[in-house]
Design a protein around this ligand. Structure first.
Ligand SMILES: [Mg+2]
Length: 146
C-alpha cells in the first residue's frame, strides 16, 4: 500500500532542536527539543509525510546524529506520556526507533514539500522584503527585549 501524503518539511535546528548552544558541528546536537516537538511530530505524521531536512542533512554523520537524538528524546517522551491503557508489548524505545527510521523521512536534498517550517525563513507573499528588515532578522529564540 502506497498512500501519498503531502510532504511537511521541517527544519531541525531552532525548530525541533532548541539549538540554545548554537552550532557545534554537524554531528553534535547538544540541546533539548523545543517544547512540544515530539507531540507535534507524532500528530503531523498522521496527516503528512514528515521530512526533516537541515544543513546537517548533507552529511551521513549529520543525519545519523539527528536520528539518534530524536530516537533518544522520542523514547523519553513516549515513556513520560504513556498511560497504562496504551502500554503495549512493544517497548517505547522500539516504537520510537520505528517512528524515527520508518515514519519520518530524512532526505539529503531539499524535498518537494507542500509546506515547510523553518526558523530562518519568511513566507513570500509577493512583496519583496526590505534589506534592512532582512539584515535585522532574528529567529524566534534569539529575540530579546532590548
Ligand atoms: Mg534552523
Amino acid at each position: 500500500m502506497n498512500v501519498h501524503k503531502p510532504i511537511l518539511c521541517l527544519d531541525f535546528d531552532g525548530v525541533i532542536h532548541s539549538y540554545e548552544s548554537g552550532w557545534q558541528g554537524v554531528g553534535c546536537i547538544s540541546d533539548d527539543p523545543v517544547p512540544g516537538a515530539c507531540d507535534f511530530l507524532l500528530a503531523a505524521s498522521v496527516v503528512f509525510d514528515v521530512a526533516i531536512f537541515s544543513s546537517r542533512s548533507a552529511k551521513v554523520e549529520g543525519v545519523a546524529a539527528m536520528q539518534a537524538w530524536l530516537h533518544r528524546h522520542m523514547t523519553n517522551h513516549l515513556i513520560d506520556t504513556e498511560t497504562p491503557a496504551d502500554e503495549s508489548d512493544v517497548h517505547p524505545a522500539e516504537r520510537a526507533y520505528e517512528f524515527v527510521h520508518e515514519t519520518i523521512s530524512w532526505p539529503m536534498e531539499k524535498p518537494p514539500a507542500f509546506i515547510t517550517i523553518d526558523d530562518r525563513a519568511l513566507t513570500f507573499d509577493g512583496m519583496w522584503p526590505k534589506m534592512a528588515d532582512l539584515v535585522r532578522f532574528k529567529p524566534w529564540n534569539r529575540k530579546k527585549a532590548s
